[in-house]
Design a protein around this ligand. Structure first.
Ligand code: PSV
Ligand code: MN
Length: 379
């Protein structure tokens, strides 16, 4: 049985938890082998905002939509106000701005790491334009991911590319206004398969530092080697004051972009636990952008997004239940079993009835998924 104090902890954690949903989670997507088209999937930016609005209306925890500049801003900077207005029309706002320097033909051999200075400049210009969009839409985060890298040993000058990245990110940083942040995302593989220019959190951290004080690291859970201890990376970045945000998804093999917590919910719980533990220990609230980065390929897209938001809330609330004081004591005294049990007890707690009560108190449906199915929106 849960006691009143635990209920209060869950309640408080839910009040402070929001997760951004990606506009690209509503569009037709597939794998490199093809697409399975879903009827009713978003075709336009207005469709995407409308779908996002549904998710937020039912869950109450997804007020912002992460957008991709090339996919969502047909006229680049010119469409910033328009897209922001569309978001407002559907009860959401624009979240993280994602420049796209990986799709255009010119980036075949890289963007900021391309040996051709004109192409590096074009990529930088797109990033600067994306920062201007963030300023127009009032978005805090500009999320940078690069497909740069090489497929064969000896084909790229790794050190020179590192220097080009550092220089360009520093220039981009100068464009930020107060309150904006550059988030540097890393990935060890794909689309490049021999080396990627920002392969891990250490490289992202060094580049974020080179960029300037308003740059941080973004952790995409799918962007790690098998068995890597992601929560340790999170703990280190927190300690360094360099954790800027997340792209959440789950995976079994590579960057599978599956639903959060569908394969390993305990891992997401452990990540959230490190954040709660840091907050408890330092009595400070780190500013972290939680975002979903999934590909809703087979499941119905809006339902999967709702399922995602609900799962994220559950795991965040469970992690908040860890008795930090007891945990600190047991760690100090090397009481291994008792320390581990602090995590296991919290993870095993069924928080769903309390979350349902929290939702009802906010005028939200107790079960957003059922409410969505009954709403007729999909039809
Ligand atoms: C790359 O795999 C990535 O995680 C980046 O965040 C991109 O912006 C996103 O996926 C595109 O789907
Ligand atoms: Mn990502």
């Amino acid at each position: 049985m849960m006691n009143a104090k635990q209920e209060e902890i869950i309640w408080k954690s839910l009040d402070g938890f929001e997760i951004e949903i990606p506009s690209w989670g509503f569009a037709q997507t597939g794998t490199r082998f093809g697409k399975f088209v879903q009827p009713g999937a978003a075709l336009t930016i207005e469709d995407k905002m409308s779908d996002a609005g549904q998710v937020h209306k039912l869950t109450g925890c997804c007020p912002a939509v992460a957008v991709h500049v090339l996919w969502d801003f047909p006229n680049g900077k010119q469409s910033a106000k328009e897209v922001a207005a569309l978001a407002g029309k559907y009860g959401v706002r624009i979240g993280a701005i994602n420049p796209n320097v990986f799709e255009s033909q010119q980036y075949k051999y890289g963007s900021l790491g391309n040996p051709n200075p004109e192409i590096r400049q074009a990529a930088l210009q797109h990033i600067l334009d994306s920062i201007d969009i963030a300023t127009e839409t009032g978005s805090r985060n500009i999320s940078l991911w690069f497909g740069d890298g090489s497929n064969y040993p000896g084909t790229a000058n790794i050190r020179r590319r590192r220097a080009w990245f550092a220089e360009a990110l520093h220039t981009a940083h100068e464009r930020l206004i107060q309150g904006e942040q550059l988030l540097v995302e890393y990935k060890p593989f794909e689309p490049a398969f021999y080396h990627t220019d920002i392969a891990d959190w250490g490289m992202a951290l060094l580049l974020a530092r080179a960029a300037g004080p308003q740059a941080r690291v973004l952790v995409d859970t799918g962007h790690h080697y098998q068995a890597q201890n992601i929560e340790q990376i999170v703990a280190w970045l927190l300690a360094e004051g360099m954790l800027g945000g997340f792209h959440f998804n789950d995976r079994r093999y590579a960057d599978d972009d599956l639903t959060i917590g569908s394969i390993d919910p305990y891992q997401v719980f452990r990540i959230f636990h490190e954040i709660h533990y840091f907050t408890w220990e330092t009595a400070s609230e780190p500013l972290i952008g939680y975002t979903i980065d999934q590909s809703h390929n087979l499941k119905p897209k809006i339902e999967e997004t709702i399922q995602t938001a609900m799962t994220a809330q559950e795991l965040y609330a469970k992690a908040a239940l860890v008795d930090c004081e007891a945990l600190a004591y047991h760690q100090e005294h090397c009481n291994l079993i008792d320390a581990e049990e602090c995590l296991k007890a919290a993870f095993a707690t069924d928080v769903r009835p309390v979350i349902e009560a929290w939702r009802l108190s906010k005028g939200l449906p107790g079960n957003p998924l059922t409410a969505y199915r009954e709403s007729g929106y999909q039809q």
